[in-house]
Design a protein around this ligand. Structure first.
Ligand SMILES: Cc1cc2nc3c(=O)[nH]c(=O)nc-3n(C[C@H](O)[C@H](O)[C@H](O)COP(=O)(O)OP(=O)(O)OC[C@H]3O[C@@H](n4cnc5c(N)ncnc54)[C@H](O)[C@@H]3O)c2cc1C
Length: 325
């Protein structure tokens, strides 16, 4: 186990054990810091319900995710290292199949020629029933977010002692944003279904019809997700379920058994671009939005370097600068 700190040295207290707090805990430990990781398991915690999908090219504009060239390889290496440390399987690389409708095709086809998009494209299949085409993307996959947070909680509960907390880092996700203490937010509730689907292909992630279907093993899938900007709580609703069922229908899924219907709140400040910094006495790591699996490891590393080594936070991720703008 490669970490070294003096038992009894001042520890860093992380409040919130979702993707942000869990990634930070590892990054701090690997830099020799002692860590206390706290989580009170609130309803609506995003990392507990997320599908963990990493889709390299996303959105209506069909663009590679922000700074993916740096964040994605760092995230995959990070999850592999945690897998080794915890003897668990967390990162599942899978092709992402983007189903494109007739009316989306001209826009998507134009993007496919651009080098920054073409770099992620494995193939384009123009013979797909019910769709104009299927674009198969490489480099994506799924993080088992819930398991990642659980194994991290176990690892830190077991190995690090409390000591005196020198620094406090708030990683409370949407719960730290809803009261407006960090300025305006765009937090969005999301509802998601877990399903058993007999005979459904488990070798790829399907994206289309405004949602996705992500295989999670053993004939089970996560399907989602809704975006709602009111009623920001962790309660699943009949309307949310109906919306995800519409997505399933457009993805061609007919027969399924519902295993779970859950909801969480995405912590959104500036789209899905995380922000880190020190505000008053506390460090803050937030704003992972809809893309925590992709951005949490790299943002956590920068935060750990700032806390342990006093390294300056780069302007683009600096929460202080964002709040002053
Ligand atoms: C339905 C849905 C689907 C999603 N799908 C994907 C996806 O496919 N891919 C992807 O990358 N992202 C996805 N996301 C987004 C992803 O879940 C988030 O980016 C990420 O989980 C945010 O992590 P976080 O640690 O900032 O917040 P959270 O996961 O919400 O964690 C915050 C934690 O802090 C704890 N906490 C808060 N206050 C306190 C306190 N005072 N004391 C102790 N503990 C406290 C809470 O209990 C919670 O566990 C999805 C989100 C939702 C809702």
């Amino acid at each position: 186990m490669e970490f070294s700190y003096w038992p009894g040295m001042a520890s860093i207290r992380i409040i919130g054990g979702g993707l942000a707090g869990s990634c930070l805990a590892w990054q701090l430990r690997w830099r020799g810091a002692a860590v206390v990781l706290e989580d009170d398991h609130r309803d609506g915690a995003a990392s507990r319900v997320a599908a963990g999908l990493v889709n390299p090219v996303t959105g209506k504009n069909y663009q590679p995710s922000w700074r993916i060239g740096g964040f994605l390889p760092e995230a995959v290496a990070f999850y592999r290292k945690v897998e080794e440390a915890t003897a668990s399987r967390l990162w599942h690389p899978l092709p992402v199949v983007r189903l494109v409708s007739e009316c989306e095709w001209d826009k998507v086809a134009g993007k496919l020629e651009r080098p920054e998009v073409a770099a992620w494209v494995e193939q384009v299949d123009e013979a797909v029933a019910g769709w104009r085409a299927a674009v198969v993307l490489k480099g994506g996959g799924r993080l088992d977010t819930r398991r990642f947070c659980e194994v991290t909680g176990e690892a830190f509960g077991r190995m690090d002692g409390p000591g005196d907390s020198r620094d406090v880092v708030r990683c409370g996700g949407a719960f730290d944003l809803l009261d407006g203490r960090l300025g305006e937010h765009r937090c969005a509730k999301g509802e998601i279904l877990t399903l058993a689907i007999p005979g459904q292909d488990e070798s790829r992630i399907l994206v289309g019809g405004g949602g996705w279907l992500v295989p999670i093993g053993g004939g089970r899938f996560k399907a989602g997700a809704t975006y709602q900007w009111d009623q920001l709580d962790g309660r699943p609703t009949p309307a949310g379920r109906a919306r995800v069922e519409e997505i399933l229908q457009s993805l061609g899924v007919g027969d399924f058994t519902l295993l779970a219907h859950e909801a969480g709140i995405r912590p959104i400040i500036r789209r899905s671009q995380p922000l880190i910094g020190r505000i008053g006495d506390d460090w803050i790591f937030n704003g992972l939005g809809s893309k925590g699996s992709l951005y949490a490891p790299g943002a956590a590393r920068r935060m750990a370097e700032a806390i342990v080594d006093g390294r300056e936070i780069e302007a683009e991720l600096d929460l202080g600068r964002w709040l002053e703008r």
